[in-house]
Design a protein around this ligand. Structure first.
Ligand code: ADP
Ligand code: MG
Length: 323
């Protein structure tokens, strides 16, 4: 039976390259680049709440880091270091091998170094802390939207939520549609490169983890503004075309897509398109920031539609779990 220390050495210790000192001491040592601010964020994935306990551990390892990378993307920061805190019901080496492979491969892809963490016995729980760097005063903050800004989203929305409905037996998908949606759910690709290029261009940004309406709502609240969104212009995953009655639930209120929602001055439309093509990732204008508080979603006639649904609030009582 391996000790905690053997497990850490085998699965989570790699030579430090970006850090002054990595895994193995009482603390890691990192040296931020001159002139940069540190962006720091934590995200926890709890078995039974954020994922099914029998999820492929390699995909789970990727996603545990991906959701944190997405927070760096939403700030416009360059992710650099991560800490991983694990509660494990048992020392299941096959699970750990898969999980660490997924986590460390994702880390390698994004140039992030695992510099420390904690490992303990307990109900399965994965907690990642990520540190990134951002040029001073260039972060994409939630409180920076301005009246008149365009509202943009990256990629396409609704795939992850539709994939979850498929797994729960609430929507039948097959072939390519099933593959696409399940991959959006289990293996999201954070928009780090786009976030970097938007820093200094966009005003406010957020990553869509709880649903477009809920997450855009955070920007509106923090910026003290309102928004008007054109339903027709929201880019939805192609699989939703077969399930039009689920567009509101999946693309507007569904979580876990990890696309970016951001606002930018109208004068920068061409720049935003050029930047998104250089990544490349699709960027779509879906509406505008307005003075009057509140979020209006308009149909193709320009009429405001009723929104009985909102994103998932972990402590709320009015919405069913969607993540
Ligand atoms: P301490 O007793 O100081 O908390 P630990 O025994 O918990 O130290 O951890 C030993 C070293 O291993 C530390 O450098 C810690 O950051 C690192 N570590 C522990 N668990 C993990 C993990 N899951 N991933 C990466 N590093 C880890
Ligand atoms: Mg410890």
């Amino acid at each position: 039976v391996s000790s905690e220390f053997d497990l850490i050495a085998r699965y989570f210790t790699r030579p430090a390259r970006n850090a002054v000192l990595g895994v193995g001491d009482d603390a890691a040592l990192i040296r931020p680049s001159p002139g940069m601010e540190l962006a720091v964020s934590a995200d926890m994935l709890v078995a039974g709440r954020h994922f099914f306990p029998d999820t492929d551990p390699e995909l789970l390892g990727r996603k545990a880091l991906a959701v944190n990378l997405s927070d760096m993307a939403a700030m416009g920061a360059l992710p650099r270091w991560a800490l991983l805190s694990l509660a494990l019901p048992e020392a299941d080496e096959a699970w750990l091998a898969g999980f660490s492979l997924g986590f460390l491969t994702m880390a390698e892809t994004f140039g992030v170094e695992l510099v420390g963490g904690d490992t303990t016995r307990g109900p399965l729980n994965l907690s990642v802390t990520i540190l990134g760097e951002i040029e001073a005063n260039r972060a994409l903050r939630r409180d920076a939207a301005q009246v008149g800004d365009d509202i943009w989203v990256s990629g396409e929305l609704g795939g992850a939520a539709l994939g979850l409905k498929h797994l729960l037996g609430e929507a039948a998908l097959s072939g390519q549609a099933a593959d696409d949606c399940l991959s959006r759910l289990h293996d999201p690709m954070p928009r780090v490169a786009l976030g970097r290029k938007l820093s200094g261009l966009a005003h406010a940004a957020i990553d869509i983890s709880d649903g477009l309406l809920a997450d855009l709502g955070h920007i509106l609240e923090r910026s003290n503004v309102g928004a008007r969104v054109d339903l027709e212009s929201v880019p939805v995953t192609p699989a939703l075309q077969e399930h039009p009655h689920l567009i509101l639930a999946c693309a507007l209120a569904g979580g876990d897509d990890y696309e970016l929602c951001f606002t930018a001055p109208v004068s920068l439309r061409d720049r935003i398109i050029a930047v998104s093509e250089s990544v490349p990732v699709r960027a779509t204008r879906i509406g505008s920031i307005v003075q009057a508080p509140g979020l209006i979603v308009a149909d193709d006639q320009g009429k405001s539609i009723a929104l009985p649904i909102s994103g998932y609030d972990h402590f709320g009582t009015s919405t069913p779990p969607s993540d």
